[in-house]
Design a protein around this ligand. Structure first.
Ligand code: IPM
Ligand code: MN
Length: 349
């Protein structure tokens, strides 16, 4: 029995989570696994009502679950930064989910903004370091408010933190068995402290993986290659900030936020799975948001829990309806409602 903590969150989060759980229910019946869920109301909504974010007792409670399934958090009435750091980043850091895993896979050329790219051309995974870097929140103001004010934001990189991330990426590259190529995406030509450590660590760990071809690309060039030659990539490993940026671009070349899922992984702890698109206040309550990203996130969650067959079936069903049913992957333009898309996935499991 898998115990799954569900955080529907804000905006369209609850709508897409509902479809994801619907698909999980069907998958559980078909593949003979059992799961139970408990809902947690961490969100911008709750913060506005109670001032509460995620505290250490919440984290301790969440540690009792096998996985966390998150819709989206963020409310337009809350000042930017509060929910992000108080809920999402708090969970990632407190649960030491040090990998942010973002597959970029095109399911149908019809939805690719790039000319002449086919599904076999866009199939890579970004392994984003998820616990350090610029996200660590280290820095200071000097003379805040003054004309000669200075704001310092530190990118904090530890050998141990970089190494565990790089090692995860090598293991994944080996397991994926596609091109067996791991690209380090960085900025060694300018950020000479952080990326020196990354490069040295990468090269050292590489010696243990002679079967993996190693490669390096600067982050700016990486964005160019995503558009020009995405087929070049198999697995990419990068730091927290660069990973954040390139995975939004990755989401667009795979067809948009409607289909982009991610996992915040602690391989020895509790991982959290989410559609990466955010709470989409504009579409809230209209039953028009695309639930496929959340459904794919549910699939990733089952894969991480050891239900590979169910995960594969969920992905195959998503591919099938993307290729044969949907008019678009964008909210309101799919040709089906949110609930209908969920039903279609269930019907094709
Ligand atoms: C993401 C999001 C978050 C991030 C924000 C909401 C804090 O953009 O998951 O990529 O920057 O990591
Ligand atoms: Mn982001």
């Amino acid at each position: 029995m898998y115990k799954i903590a569900v955080i529907p969150g804000d905006g369209t989060g609850p709508e897409v989570v509902r479809e994801g759980l619907k698909v999980l229910d069907a998958a559980a019946k078909k593949f003979n696994f059992k799961f139970e869920t408990k809902e947690f109301d961490f969100s911008g909504k709750r913060y506005l009502k109670t001032g509460k974010l995620v505290d250490d007792a919440d984290v301790a409670e969440l540690k009792k679950y096998h996985a966390i399934y998150l819709g989206a958090v963020g409310d337009p009435d809350v000042k930017p930064g509060i929910i992000e750091t108080g809920v999402l980043l708090k969970l990632r850091f407190a649960l030491d989910q040090y990998i942010n895993l973002r597959p970029v896979k095109l399911y149908s050329s019809a939805f690719c903004p790039l000319k002449d790219k086919k599904p076999e051309d866009i199939d890579f995974v970004v392994v984003r370091e998820n616990s350090e870097g610029l996200y660590k929140g280290m820095g200071e103001f000097q003379k805040k408010g003054a004309k000669d004010e200075v704001a310092i934001q530190i990118s904090y990189n530890t050998r141990a933190g970089v190494e565990r991330c790089v090692r995860y990426a090598f293991e994944l590259t080996r397991k994926r068995n596609r091109r067996k190529q791991l690209t380090l995406c960085g900025k060694t030509n300018v950020l000479t402290y952080a990326w020196d450590l990354w490069q040295r660590t990468f090269n050292e760990v590489a010696k243990e993986y002679p079967d993996v071809k190693i490669d390096y690309a600067h982050v700016d060039a990486t964005t160019m290659w995503f558009v020009k030659n995405p087929e070049w990539f198999d697995v990419i490993v990068t730091d927290n900030m660069f990973g954040d940026i390139i995975t939004d671009l990755g989401a667009m070349i795979q067809g948009g936020m409607g289909i982009a899922a991610g996992g915040n992984i602690n391989p020895a702890g509790v991982s959290m799975f989410e559609p990466i698109g955010g709470s989409a206040p504009k579409y809230t309550g209209k039953n028009v948001i695309n639930p496929l990203a959340a459904i794919c996130a549910a699939g990733m969650m089952m894969d991480s829990l050891g239900e590979a067959q169910a995960a594969k079936a969920i992905e195959d069903a998503v591919i099938k309806i993307v290729q044969t049913k949907l008019k678009s992957l964008a909210a309101g333009k799919m040709g089906y409602s949110t609930t209908e898309v969920g039903d279609l996935v269930v019907a094709n499991l």
